[in-house]
Design a protein around this ligand. Structure first.
Ligand code: HEC
Length: 131
């Protein structure tokens, strides 16, 4: 008889632990999928996108290593508000980061910018380039 009780305890214990582990695995999977279904949930482009608040850091982190100084790559300077705005006005700023055909894909020889940064650049170029 005590044998049977022990077995029962063991089985209950295993079932209990198994259920907890299963729930943990399932819930983390659930949130992974939620994140994948809503990739824009962490990207807020609802307010005004300004050069100082959003665009400058994207450009500084990905572009000015080549596009600044006395001899910028491709003759394109991206180190001031006016310079970046002028490239935007030419249509090449958004076209280059969205890898549109007919424009050199940027950043050159590197991965495409994240979707959020590209969306911010798009909004900035279509809302009169807030400073
Ligand atoms: C590793 C150096 C490098 C980086 C980083 C880089 N570029 Fe360029 N870029 C170039 C070169 C070189 C050219 C000249 C065209 C070519 O060789 O493809 C160019 C050309 C351009 C052009 C003109 C494209 C055309 O078709 O006329 C634009 C616009 C541009 N870059 C924007 C950017 C932006 C925006 C970033 C950052 C997201 C960036 N670049 C990052 C090297 C770079």
């Amino acid at each position: 008889m005590p044998q049977t009780t022990n077995m029962k305890k063991k089985t209950t214990y295993l079932l209990f632990t198994g259920t907890i582990l299963y729930l943990l695995a399932f819930s983390s999977c659930y949130y992974d999928n939620l994140e994948r279904l809503n990739p824009t949930s962490s990207c807020d482009t609802s307010g005004t996108i300004t050069y100082a608040g959003a665009i400058k850091s994207i450009i500084d982190n990905n572009c000015t290593s080549c596009h600044s100084g006395g001899a910028p790559s491709g003759g394109i300077s991206l180190d001031t508000y006016t310079a970046v705005k002028n490239v935007g006005l030419s249509g090449k700023l958004y076209n280059s980061v969205s890898w549109a055909s007919g424009t050199s894909p940027m950043p050159k020889s590197a991965a495409k910018l994240d979707e959020c940064s590209i969306n911010k650049i798009k909004k900035w170029t279509t809302t009169s380039y807030p400073q």
